[in-house]
Design a protein around this ligand. Structure first.
Ligand code: MN3
Length: 243
């Protein structure tokens, strides 16, 4: 993630210096997300971070996650975290990549914790889902889950419980601990287990957004129904790749 962001910034700086002379716009536009190509002029900034493209359409996770929720969640909520994080970086003269920000979050103003966490968590979350996902994992990730939680069903019940018990807004996580074991935990707001302030630390393998903005339009207050539906879009290949 960090290299991509840095490379992108360097790339944009070079383009800005070179002006538009000699640059083929169609080639250039492919380097940016769909959202940004709508406003190409806004791409020529020295922003640190940008909204990542989804690997699927807003409608692709229907009927489990509805189109409007996906659209608002990505283009407004995630965009707001990115915008506010970029603003905070400039206002506080911070020069660090996203992974450094998260790892040392206690050293920065709270606005960085909230919006840096929001950007990291959502970038992670979009990759964790896919159309026609779900099912039961296989291979090494299945073995690791069975070894740690006895069975897939028990693992799922524990993660659902962590997600349901998180009061207010936050996330439920499957993590790999520094000792190399799997564990389940939850964090408030946009915190995550990579942060130096996290109660339980580890590398996230899977995370479920339990903010109401992730489900309220379709499921209203029924967080349990959202959780049950969410398991139908989980991308086990992505989870396994992080093990
Ligand atoms: Mn969210």
């Amino acid at each position: 993630m960090e290299n991509t962001e840095n490379n992108r910034r360097q790339f944009i700086k070079k383009i800005t210096l070179a002006g538009l002379a000699g640059m083929a716009l169609p080639t250039l536009s492919r380097a940016f997300s769909a959202n940004e190509t709508d406003n190409l002029s806004e791409s020529f900034t020295d922003d640190f971070f940008s909204l990542p493209m989804l690997g699927y359409g807003y409608e692709a996770l229907e009927p489990h996650i509805d189109t409007l929720t996906m659209q608002i969640h990505h283009s407004r909520h995630h965009q707001a975290y990115v915008t506010n994080l970029n603003k905070a970086m400039k206002e506080n003269n911070i020069d660090a990549d996203l992974d450094q920000l998260i790892k040392n979050v206690s050293k920065y103003p709270i606005v960085v914790r909230n919006n840096g966490g929001g950007h990291w968590n959502h970038t992670f979350f979009w990759k964790l889902m896919k159309p026609n996902g779900g099912g039961v994992p296989t291979g090494k990730i299945a073995e690791a889950i069975n070894n740690s939680f006895e069975s897939f069903q028990k693992f799922q019940a524990l993660l659902n419980e962590a997600a349901l018990k998180r009061f207010g807004s936050g996330w439920a996580w499957l993590i790999k601990t520094p000792e190399g074991k799997l564990a389940i935990c939850s964090t408030p707001n946009q915190d995550n287990p990579l942060m130096d302030i996290a109660e339980v630390k580890g590398t996230p393998l899977l995370g479920i957004d339990v903010w109401e903005h992730a489900y309220y339009l379709h499921y209203q207050n029924k967080r349990a129904d959202y959780l049950n539906a969410w398991w139908n879009v989980v991308n086990w290949d992505d989870v396994a790749s992080r093990l």
